[in-house]
Design a protein around this ligand. Structure first.
Ligand code: HEM
Length: 411
């Protein structure tokens, strides 16, 4: 039997270049396979659904018409409640508002911008620390440690504990991947265990910050008394876990995909070296062209909804394929071309609507710093393997390693 289109998209063999499969998918903008989710692949339909209050992100909402492709961690003893990514209004809005107080405008307008000197120092330290310039694994030596160090500093999580939560973060990221070959029971249990251990680890830290508050976000969240009142301990734990994981598993892929794309487009790389401000449109075009979050597989319809003439029944699972919408020729001219000079790059790479990426200002700044400094300092960089090996995950897609070489490191 020929594997279905969805199976081919999830098949690791197609991870290096899923874009021809997305093109095939867009021929049926509302694609439904037996007992599976409704898969939406065109730009305007995805955007419309992301703004539609009849769509739920709450994974506790039963998807009655479809077999839920994702194993949900059992909500047993000690399990953390879902973070606001997986909640609907009004709970979502309240928690997002409270989390934003110590993070961004209007209450904390300097938090992210104030990190510029720190970001610069971390990037400089990592590039200075590259040993043999002839053989660099960009993921291990740069793209992973950079955002992890940043999110740890922002939250006030000791960087030395990274080896412990790295494993939990990986397990939780894997649980987002609708891998058809994985055993859902096993994965659900692993995710549950990882969440519990992460919860216990963070509970210890929060306790300590309550006694001894610092300038970090965890201290501020733990001691906040805004108009929404304080967060409960469970809310605080699930919010901290969400920020730690979200700040971990996405920016690494943006930076790695970014360098890979620049090395495949040497003219843009040359321009970026001469003109660091080009990093702003380069990063936006990357979020369109190679988005680290390829699809959102966890929405459920709360009513019968008409999508481009097809009725999606109430209770259906929905997959919104952001990476496909970003290459929709009805929205972007010549969509398979990487072109940071596009006059308008309103991509879906950071989502849209009420759940649009909370960490967007930080993610953008990190990627801009990383790519402009790599472009400036690596002398004559080249890819040693193209395509690179990819991780299994089809949702959080990115290279497992990116081997590059260069002639030297400029000061
Ligand atoms: C390049 C890096 C990143 C990408 C591509 C990315 C992408 C996304 C996307 C597509 C969503 C929407 C999810 C949905 O609608 O279900 C999202 C939500 C979110 N992101 Fe990011 N993200 C990135 C970095 C970060 C960072 C660094 C943080 C933390 C500081 C973060 C925190 C969050 C949170 C908390 C949400 C949930 C927002 C909500 O439900 O209201 N992200 N992100």
């Amino acid at each position: 039997m020929t594997p279905s289109l969805l199976h081919r998209i999830l098949d690791h063999a197609n991870r290096a270049d899923p874009y021809p499969l997305y093109e095939e998918l867009r021929r049926t903008p509302v694609h439904h396979e037996d007992d599976g989710p409704y898969v939406i692949s065109t730009y305007y339909e995805i955007r419309g659904l992301l703004h539609d209050p009849r769509i739920s992100s709450d994974t506790r909402t039963p998807a009655s018409h479809t077999a839920d492709p994702l194993p949900e961690a059992p909500q047993g003893e000690g399990a953390l409640p879902p973070g606001f990514l997986k909640l609907d209004p009004p709970e979502h809005d309240r928690l997002r508002r409270m989390t934003n107080r110590p993070f961004g405008p209007p209450h904390s307008p300097r938090r992210i911008d104030g990190m510029r000197p720190e970001l610069h120092d971390i990037v400089t330290g990592l590039i200075d620390g590259i040993g043999d310039p002839g053989r660099i694994d960009l993921v291990e030596q740069f793209s992973y440690p950079f955002p992890v160090t940043v999110i740890c500093r922002l939250l006030g999580v000791p960087r030395e504990d990274e080896a412990r939560f790295h494993v939990w973060a990986d397990t939780l990221a894997a649980s987002l991947d609708p891998d058809p070959d994985a055993d859902p029971g096993e994965r659900g249990k692993d995710a549950h265990d990882a969440r519990m251990q992460l919860g216990m680890y963070l509970a210890g830290l929060i306790e300590e910050r309550r006694r001894n508050p610092g300038e970090d976000m965890l201290s501020q969240l733990a001691t906040a008394e805004g108009e929404d009142g304080p967060m409960t301990t469970m809310e605080l734990l699930s919010t901290a876990a969400l920020l730690l994981i979200a700040g971990h598993e996405t920016t690494v892929n943006l930076i790695t995909n970014g360098m890979l794309t620049l090395l495949r487009n040497p003219d843009v790389l040359r321009r970026l070296r001469a003109e660091p401000r080009l990093a702003v449109p380069v990063v936006e075009e990357l979020l369109r062209f190679e988005p680290p979050v390829q699809l959102l597989p966890q929405r459920v319809t709360l009513a019968d909804i008409d999508v481009r003439g097809v009725t999606v029944p109430k209770g259906s699972g929905l997959w919104l394929v952001l990476a496909s919408g970003n290459r929709d020729p009805e929205r972007f001219a010549d969509p398979d071309r990487f072109d940071p000079d596009r006059p308008d790059i309103q991509h879906l790479g950071l989502g849209s609507g009420i759940h649009s990426c909370f960490g967007a200002p930080l993610a953008r700044l990190e990627a801009q710093f990383a790519l402009s400094e790599l472009a400036r300092r690596l002398e004559n960089p080249r890819l040693l393997q193209d395509p690179p090996p990819y991780r299994q995950n089809a949702v959080l897609r990115g290279p497992r390693q990116l081997h590059i070489g260069c002639d030297g490191i400029r000061p």
